[in-house]
Write a protein that binds this ligand. Structure first.
Ligand code: MET
Length: 404
């Protein structure tokens, strides 16, 4: 299985993005990474397989040779994991079926050690907030601000969790200071919005970096996945949980995510430049009450409108009104209605997620086209009708307005 890397020759992020996880391809006589769709792997030596299964159950270490069964490991996904770990400056990475499956595995690793208490800073992505707050996995959460983290830590605290820049307000924390405040408790940073192009939390003392790979890592809105970059010890524990609970990434998704990484630096930089220009224009627009944009930069922009945010969503024509982010095209959504709907209203508001807040994921379109669409949507009269979605096989039919 692929894992070769000579750490004595450090390379720039842009170089790693196109080469990490692929170093053996030329020797294999390949250019594109191979996709291994096997669910099982043959062996004529059952005693040897039993020994390998024992080894995995004991250590969680990646096996030499074929993975026995696809729930243990996959060579295509392993390339993506190796590449993402390299970009994040981590020892290793473990991929999952979604970001929520990845967060679940992290919580289970800690809970299995009896460390069921989590300290977390709001806002987090709405479903992360819900997973912690509802205690679905037997965990208990204490919400605090960054300054309160050290005091909130208890003997049974297994994790401190933050998202920076946070979904959807783009609030940031000082990761280095927070890692210091955590002491020996692992700090998890959700780095989905910044990506390793703009921020590498491991270098600032975080032990665990979480991504919804569905977003910038995939980059094209066509693959769902999650990944955790961390040290070797934590990665082994995550692999054991992944084997036991089954939230594996499909190898085709592993292939697409590896391909996505190769353009990650250019996509993030180009979209960030456009986002920064839109922020400049929004900041002086009289229809906008407040613009949120993080110091670290990036392609996410949030803003509060004086008017009805639902009218803006109904008014866009080039920009796609949809949840999610990190794709090549620009998306806009209303967090209080969608991404953070599951968070109780009071918790949402106290975390700074106002009902007038809109969250935009800036894509790779021309900035003037985006500005034209945004500015006409901001001026749109109150929407009395909404467009019905068109069926895929119905493209010739006119869209039918539907009463609200
Ligand atoms: C199911 S709603 C959210 C999807 C995604 N995590 C987002 O924040 O847009």
């Amino acid at each position: 299985m692929y894992m070769d890397y000579d750490a004595s020759t450090p390379r720039a992020l842009a170089t790693e993005a196109v080469h990490a996880g692929r170093e053996d391809l030329a020797e294999l006589g390949l250019h594109a990474p191979p996709i291994d769709l096997s669910t099982t792997y043959p062996s004529y030596d059952t005693r040897a397989e039993a020994a390998r299964i024992d080894e995995f159950a004991t250590t969680g270490a990646r096996l030499d040779g074929p993975p026995v069964y696809a729930r243990l490991d996959n060579p295509t996904t392993a390339r993506f994991e190796a590449a993402l770990a390299r970009l994040e400056g981590a020892d290793d990475a473990v991929a999952f079926a979604s970001g929520m499956a990845a967060l679940t595995a992290v919580l289970l690793v800690r809970a299995s050690l009896g460390l069921r208490h989590v300290v977390a800073v709001r806002p987090l992505y709405g479903c992360s907030d819900h997973l912690l707050n509802a205690g679905l996995l037997g965990t208990e959460v204490t919400w605090t601000d960054p300054a309160g983290v050290a005091d909130a830590i208890r003997p049974d605290t297994g994790l401190v969790m933050v998202e920076s820049p946070a979904n959807p307000t783009l609030a940031e924390v000082d990761i280095r200071a927070l890692a210091h405040a955590c002491g020996s408790v692992p700090l998890l940073v959700d780095n989905t919005f910044a990506t390793p192009v703009l921020q590498r939390p491991v270098e600032e003392g975080a032990r665990i970096v979480l991504h919804s790979a569905t977003k910038y890592l995939g980059g094209h809105g066509d693959v769902m996945g999650g990944v955790v970059a961390c040290d070797d010890e934590f990665a082994r524990a995550l692999r054991q949980v992944r084997f036991a609970t089954g939230g594996v990434l499909h190898p085709l998704a592993g292939y697409l995510l590896l391909r996505g990484l190769s353009t990650l630096p250019v996509r993030v930089r180009a979209a960030s430049a456009t986002a920064a220009e839109l922020v400049r224009r929004l900041a002086t627009d009289p229809r906008i009450a407040r613009v949120h944009y993080p110091r670290v930069g990036g392609a996410m922009v949030s803003f509060e409108v004086y008017g009805d945010p639902h009218d803006v969503i109904a008014g866009v024509r080039l920009i796609t009104p949809a949840v999610s982010l990190g794709s090549v095209d620009t998306l806009i959504q209303h967090p209080a209605s969608i991404s953070h709907r599951i968070v109780a209203e009071g918790d949402r508001r106290s975390a700074g997620v106002s009902d007038r807040l809109l969250r935009m994921s800036v894509g790779l379109e021309d900035v003037e086209d985006l500005w034209r669409d945004l500015t006409q949507a901001l001026s749109a009269p109150p929407a009395e009708t909404v467009r019905a979605p068109r069926a895929a096989d119905d493209s010739a039919a006119p869209s039918r307005p539907v009463g609200r």
